[in-house]
Design a protein around this ligand. Structure first.
Ligand code: GLU
Length: 509
């Protein structure tokens, strides 16, 4: 294959980009980068009734967040623009005319009522070779009458003329050869005079051709349209430069059967959109991966493995790794279950591997939200570094590390009961003296001194250490105690022990 790789992502701005669409964009991007090719963003906005304001910006912002970049598009510009289909009317008109002139398409005037009537009267009605001569179109009315109706202002559509009884072959790089008979394809509408715009099918083919697209990589739901597209390439005389087709496997429900839907996400508590979406019409808010605290790298990694595998057992793959390893040979034909828990796992892995200072940057806004300030970034970085192994999301860092930023207000009753005895206040008093006498609070050094003191007094190691922890953390959880006291200012540690002694009522012996 010596053709330059050019791919396109061609969303319709009809609402928020679904996570399946994000995966399609990702595979296009990875494939283009792998092959030193180019990637186009084309906005398919020919269906004005389904247009939703804000959807185009949402698409741009989502893909930008994930690091999916375009070489040509509405924002990037490029030699094949405009990249918004609603701005390409003149171009489409030219090809509608060509198809009509060549007898590959015809004009039809049937009203919705007439079509409804045909559906009632003719069993399994389909507008095709078996029925078209019973309908109101240029083939039955003749040229003159057709002209007259158009001049009189009657609205019409242009339909492709499908020849029945032919095998149509779609070569798909994942599915191989898909063969269907043209008799089952109807004379699809290619253009509507009412809004002077082509339908998806024609616009798609014209643009893919003019934009020199080499590979059409899209979701499996478009496979049924592919035979029609092959016939359109033929009708337009472009068969030799037809792109390769790649239909990606469906994303399936995490449990049960069928296609992943927004309802699955609502039910099980995971987002099906990359970013939070505020519906401009209903006001409804749908959750997004970004706002839920997912890292873009984790989302990319997770999505890439839904329907593709690297051929070995590696799982943690950066965008660069994906670009190196990707090929359609390892894409599956069958649908991929949307294992959202695996997405959480990926997030955890990426969070854990993130350098502490970067993680601190992400955590600072959480601190601000909690009304905490006055901590420098280095302190925050150390704190989150100690607890990141226990967090799936940035927000979880607060649950794990809150005590680094504020003294406990309460003490876990269960731990108090188990670890705070009548002797504890006295022992804590001694501990304060020991701590104040330490020159070097480095974890290992402080640990040795404190443990030696416990041993020399014959105290119960577990009880003393847990009471210590209870006073500083508020419960018996958290990282290594002496790592905590290495980071936290000694006065703060001491103040917390004093406060605990004051607050926790000593039990009767
Ligand atoms: N506009 C279509 C969509 O919304 C594009 C399908 C295709 O890639 O051909 O997905």
């Amino acid at each position: 294959m010596d053709r330059k790789v050019r791919v396109r992502f061609a969303p319709s701005p009809t609402g928020p980009l679904h996570i399946g669409g994000v995966r399609t964009a990702l595979y296009n991007y990875i494939f283009a980068r792998k092959n030193g090719g180019e990637m186009i963003l084309r906005i398919e906005d020919t269906d004005s009734r389904r247009f939703v304001p804000g959807a185009e910006d949402y698409i741009n912002e989502s893909l930008g967040w994930l690091g999916i970049q375009f070489d040509e598009g509405v924002r990037e510009g490029g030699p094949h623009g405009p990249y918004r289909q609603s701005e390409r009317r003149d171009i489409y008109r030219r090809y509608v005319k060509q198809l009509l002139d060549d007898g590959k398409a015809y004009i039809a005037f049937d009203t919705p009522e007439e079509l409804e009537k045909a559906r009632e009267e003719i069993p399994n009605f389909q507008y095709d070779a078996s029925t078209r001569m019973k309908m109101r179109n240029s083939l039955t009315l003749g040229e003159e009458e057709t002209r007259r109706l158009i001049d009189a202002g009657e609205q019409y559509v242009v339909r492709i003329l499908i020849e029945p009884g032919r095998d149509v072959i779609v070569n798909d790089l994942i599915r191989g050869e898909v063969k269907i008979n043209s008799s089952i394809i109807d004379d699809k509408v290619l253009y509507k005079s009412a809004d002077d715009l082509p339908t998806y099918h024609l616009a798609n083919i014209v643009d893919d051709h003019l934009m020199e697209v080499s590979h059409v990589i899209r979701g499996e739901e478009w496979l049924p349209s592919a035979p029609l597209h092959v016939l359109l390439y033929e009708a337009l005389g472009w068969k030799d430069s037809m792109p390769e087709f790649v239909h990606l496997p469906l994303l399936l429900k995490p449990v049960g059967n069928g296609k992943l839907s927004k309802r699955d996400g609502d039910k099980l508590g995971f987002p099906v959109f990359p970013l939070e979406w505020h519906d401009p019409n209903s006001g409804e808010i749908s959750s997004g991966y970004r706002e839920k605290g997912y890292l873009p790298e984790a989302v990319v990694n997770f999505l890439a493995l839904l329907g593709w595998n690297p051929g070995d057992d590696s799982e943690l793959l950066s965008m660069q790794d994906l670009i190196e390893k990707f090929s359609f040979d390892h894409c599956s034909k069958s649908g991929a279950k949307f294992d959202y828990k695996k997405g959480i796992w990926f997030n955890h892995e990426y969070l854990m591997r993130m350098p502490d200072d970067k993680l601190a940057d992400l955590f600072m806004p959480v601190l601000a939200r909690k009304g905490v300030d006055g901590f420098d970034k280095e302190y925050v970085a150390h704190a989150v570094g100690m607890v990141k192994g226990r967090a799936d999301f940035v927000d979880d860092l607060w649950t794990q590390a809150d005590f680094f930023f504020k003294a406990p207000e309460e003490y876990a009753a269960k731990d108090v009961k188990k670890r705070w005895s009548a002797d504890t206040p006295r022992i804590m008093g001694e501990l304060i003296e020991v701590l104040e006498g330490i020159d070097d609070m480095t974890s290992a050094n402080a640990e040795k001194i404190v443990l030696d003191w416990i041993a020399s007094k014959g105290y119960h190691l577990g009880n003393v250490m847990n009471a210590f922890r209870l006073a500083v953390v508020g419960s018996c959880r958290g990282p290594h105690m002496f790592d905590i006291t290495e980071l936290m200012p000694r006065e703060e540690v001491v103040a917390r022990i004093r406060k605990a002694v004051e607050r926790i009522p000593a039990p009767e012996n």
